[in-house]
Design a protein around this ligand. Structure first.
Ligand code: NAG
Ligand code: NAG
Ligand code: NAG
Ligand code: NAG
Length: 785
């Protein structure tokens, strides 16, 4: 699998190891050193002790936190004293349980959860586990960005390439509410930060449709932390708050000050991408390498952005992520975006009861609508990394957009491929000499004869400049690409240095078809990911090439032209569940024991999404210098649901998070634009009929979600107890229904998979619906379950 570099959770190896003294006289010291342990971060939840957000709230089961009232007394002396009491209790238990000098407290959590994070050894952590005041001790599993084959290759078969219009609207939001979409709503982004200078986040006070900053978000109280690349003024009215959390990252890895900025600035690009998809300004031109790809708009372009940076190019810890969630909830965000999180289940707790999920539970309990990426480990069953009924998990799909590109051969044959680049020689109709890399090597050159030098075009010194200048060079996918050490950037650098007219990267029968995601190329280029097409090119090339008896080329006769690859085509079947999108059934433990919660919840565009980027591009060298990037992942699906959640909240300010979730899931559709059941990509090139374990409730319909006709709300439990999943409520018949007028959207409420259970039949899992609801047009209210 491809990965975002540097966010691995395997940080234990980078912590300091005790120095061992090797000497016969020090045998005892040596043995004890062998048992010396590396420190790790542990997340600890305390028993009892009501967190600040719920302090003084009534214990009645139907209590929801009144967000408008909450802000006024957030900073009252009573609450401050209560917060201090909780922090003191954390310090007290640490001091009385652990050896002095053996630990370092990183955070006290007090707003929505009573607990702390501590950097210490496993044996010290064990001592904490035995204290009766402590509910749970969990090792930090690390946090990852939920982007998948961002500009990378996989040694896997080709997928279908489709996507939405540039930058949004893919959920079918229409223009019904577009004038001030998201106004008054604050979206929190727990991610890699934000690029405050990006046009998607500019605040334009002259635009009359944008109201004065902060005046309309009285429920929110953030802060603007400054630092490297994030000067005073970065919170500009569009970005209304920005904080960063680094105690976890700093505890476990040496940070690189030229990448891991200790400020809310986004050096990766991921956080900016996610924020602009949910809440970026409308109509921002997407220009890359001088080509205008279209206009980007967020789903809720007038929503305000609150940044909580918690993942760094070098490392991401769960500790910083939960600290961010605690603070975001305290600040009063309406919607919380988690395109980051652990990508493996907790090892010794039930998935729903891991520290991370407990934070999500209490964020929702405090009135925040929480959306989480379902994960990128599909298409295997039970591959979701989002487990709990109180977070909405977004699965990813393609849309009907493709970027077709083609290569024209001198014999008139056209070969399809992929490459976001302009054509060779202006129009793509004038032929250039076609040369196989292997036939253009420098005679007597001293470079190593490895695949990287010979066929993968990674090093310019391998080539004879007189042969390659002004030619189109055929490079071939080989070992270096297969093991992800070779890069397209290196091919492009070779092409620029030696002034190729263009390049091809063709599939290799030894490795099979590969997946090629479109990446903007600064020189004409095309990827030919299918072996069958590669063979067409090579056959033509050999027919036209004259060689001497030793195999050296005496005459290059092959000709080719690379066509325009930057123009989108909108046709074909959509949506289709993306291969990488994690699948249900949901499960409760590390053994993947299935449970009665439907995951994922909802399907949204997450394949090849254009959105804002950060030109530093610390984890993706090929995107360095770009202001926009085309990325795939459930990370990209999540902000579509977040933006729609913001619109629902704007038009229905009193709705609770469960009502918003209900509006989104009950109006989703299981059918694609051909009227067929949504298809899902399998592990090879196959497609199969999707199920609720692939697409959850179905593909989101923004227009209907804003005005769904029917919403369901689960009652909140008293503070301190988990809010029940929908399923529990249903089975005990306690689901209150708040029904509005039924209209065309209600037609879709035939199958409500949120009210469902999972059973095993034969060897496959099945989602059954507990409630069958048949709507009658124009009937009003009166529908009870
Ligand atoms: C959303 O649902 C409405 C009403 O059924 C329908 O007209 C519209 O086409 C749907 N939009 C999408 C994007 O499916
Ligand atoms: C820190 O990052 C810079 C920029 O990528 C790099 O040149 C440098 O080698 C890095 N330093 C360390 C110690 O890794
Ligand atoms: C990747 O493949 C190349 C070419 O065979 C080889 O030189 C290199 O050592 C490989 N790297 C890894 C990490 O396997
Ligand atoms: C997929 O579902 C359609 C009906 O929507 C059905 O006609 C078709 O046979 C199904 N295909 C498979 C492979 O089950």
């Amino acid at each position: 699998m491809s990965k975002i570099n540097g966010t691995s959770s395997k940080y234990a190896a980078t912590t300091a190891t005790p120095v061992m003294i090797f000497s016969v006289f020090n045998l005892i010291i040596m043995i004890s050193s062998c048992f010396a342990q590396n420190r790790e971060i542990y997340l600890v939840l305390m028993e009892g002790g009501v967190p600040v957000a719920f302090h003084g709230s009534s214990n009645s089961p139907s209590t929801f936190v009144d967000r408008s009232r909450r802000s006024s007394n957030l900073n009252s002396d009573v609450l401050k004293a209560h917060a201090k009491k909780l922090v003191d209790s954390h310090d007290e238990i640490l001091e009385s349980t652990l050896e002095t000098g053996s630990y370092n407290k990183l955070y006290s959590f007090k707003h929505i959860v009573n607990g702390f994070a501590v950097h210490t050894t496993p044996s010290q952590a064990e001592k904490l586990k035995n204290r009766p005041q402590i509910k749970l001790v969990e090792r930090d599993r690390g946090a990852k960005l939920m982007t998948t084959y961002s500009p990378q290759f996989l040694g896997l078969p080709e997928g279908i390439w489709k996507r939405e219009e540039a930058g949004g609207g893919g959920g079918g939001g229409g223009d019904r509410h577009s004038n001030a979409a998201g106004e008054g709503i604050v979206i929190g982004f727990v991610d890699s930060g934000i690029n405050p200078l990006h046009p998607s986040f500019v605040y334009d006070p002259l635009n009359p449709s944008i109201k004065k900053p902060n005046n309309n978000t009285p429920h929110f109280s953030g802060a603007c932390e400054t630092g490297p690349q994030f000067p005073v003024g970065s919170c500009n009215g569009k970005i209304i708050s920005a904080r960063f959390f680094s105690a976890g990252a700093q505890a476990v890895a040496p940070l690189n000050s030229s990448l891991d900025f200790l400020s809310p600035f986004d050096a990766v690009g991921h956080g900016s991408h996610v924020a602009s998809t949910a809440a970026g300004n409308a109509g921002v031109p997407v220009v890359v390498n001088g080509f205008h790809y279209g206009e980007a708009s967020g789903m809720a372009p007038h929503a305000r952005i609150a940044v909580y940076k918690a993942v760094y190019p070098t490392i991401g810890t769960l500790t910083d992520v939960v600290a961010a969630i605690d603070q975001a909830t305290h600040d009063g965000v309406d919607v919380l975006t988690l395109s980051v999180g652990p990508d493996e289940p907790p090892s010794d707790t039930i998935t729903f009861l891991s520290v991370f999920d407990v934070f999500l539970l209490y964020a929702r309990r405090a009135g925040v609508f929480v959306v989480q990426a379902a994960g990128n480990q599909g298409p295997a069953a039970s591959s979701v990394v989002s487990y709990s009924p109180w977070a909405v998990s977004a699965a990813a799909c393609s849309t009907d957009r493709t970027y077709p590109s083609s290569l024209l051969l001198g014999n008139g044959q056209n070969v399809e491929g992929v490459g976001l680049s302009g054509p060779t020689l202006g129009t793509g109709l004038i032929f250039s000499k076609l040369v196989l890399a292997n036939d253009a090597l420098k005679k007597g050159g001293t470079f190593p004869r490895t695949p990287e030098y010979v066929e993968e075009c990674q090093f310019h010194e391998a080539f004879d400049p007189n042969i390659v200048h002004g030619s189109v060079i055929i490079c071939t996918f080989s070992a270096g690409f297969y093991n992800e050490t070779s890069t397209l950037t290196a091919i492009i650098n070779t092409a620029r240095t030696l002034r190729f007219f263009g390049f091809l990267l063709i599939a290799n029968p030894a490795y099979g078809d590969y997946i090629a995601e479109p990446i903007p190329f600064s020189v004409p280029g095309i990827m030919i990911p299918k072996v069958s097409n590669a063979q067409v090119i090579l056959k033509y090339y050999e027919q036209q090439t004259v060689r001497d008896e030793r195999g050296f080329v005496t005459k290059f006769g092959a000709q080719s032209a690379i066509g325009e690859g930057r123009v989108a085509s909108f046709e074909g079947r959509a949506p289709t569940v993306s291969r990488f999108s994690s699948r249900g059934p949901d499960f409760i433990d590390i053994n993947r024991t299935p449970t009665d919660v439907l995951k994922p919840d909802i399907l949204a565009p997450g394949h090849q999404i254009w959105a804002a980027w950060s030109p530093i591009s610390a984890s993706e060298p090929i995107l360095t210098g770009y202001n926009f990037a085309l990325l795939s992942g459930t990370s990209m699906a999540t902000p579509h649901i977040v933006g729609i959640g913001a619109l629902i909240k704007q038009y229905n300010p009193l709705w609770t998070p469960s009502m918003i979730a209900s509006a989104i899931t009950t109006t989703a559709t299981k059918y694609d634009n051909y009227g067929d059941l949504i298809l899902a990509e399998g592990s090879d090139t196959s497609l199969y009929n999707g199920t609720h374990f692939d697409f959850g409730a179905g593909f989101v319909n923004a227009t209907c979600a804003i005005d769904p006709g029917l919403v369901l709300s689960s009652a909140a439990q008293p503070p301190g107890q988990p809010q029940p999943p929908f399923g529990d409520d249903i089975s005990t018949g306690r689901i209150p229904i708040i029904a509005a007028e039924l209209h065309e959207c209600s037609e879709q409420i035939r199958n409500i998979p949120v009210l469902s259970y999972t059973t095993k039949r034969d060897s496959s899992w099945l989602v059954s619906t507990l409630v069958h609801y048949s709507s009658t047009r124009n009937s009003r209210f009166g529908h009870t379950i």
